[in-house]
Design a protein around this ligand. Structure first.
Ligand SMILES: [Cu+2]
Length: 113
């Protein structure tokens, strides 16, 4: 099971303060990371770790194909399209939010990295 999975969701900050997303954890994968896919002027896509993501109060960020996504590396079990799995979002203030994420596809859409 060396193929990474990708997960997509929208994360909304419903609080009054900015929040900073610093990482992910899930029982499904040993190395979940937030990645960002970028397409250069030649139309070649690549992706890299997105680092910390600040979400302003009332704003949301979309993890979606072609942009930010949760890259699930070193899967512990197969991902089955249509299933869901728990994904915990880690914030810099120590806060955690666990969401159930639907599995939409098993392969990254960009080049493997
Ligand atoms: Cu990725």
């Amino acid at each position: 099971m060396n193929r990474p999975g990708a997960a997509y969701m929208t994360i909304r900050n419903t609080g009054d303060e900015p929040v900073t997303l610093i990482g992910l954890t899930t029982p499904l994968a040993m190395m979940p990371e937030i990645h960002e896919t970028k397409t250069n002027a030649e139309g070649v896509s690549s992706m890299s770790p997105a680092g910390e993501i600040v979400i302003a109060p009332g704003e949301s960020i979309a993890l979606e194909p072609g942009g930010l996504h949760a890259m699930l590396m070193r899967l512990q079990e197969p991902m089955t399209e249509g299933d869901t799995f728990p994904l915990t979002l880690l914030f810099d203030d120590g806060g955690e939010v666990t969401v159930e994420v639907p599995i939409l596809g098993i392969a990254a859409r960009g080049p493997e990295d």
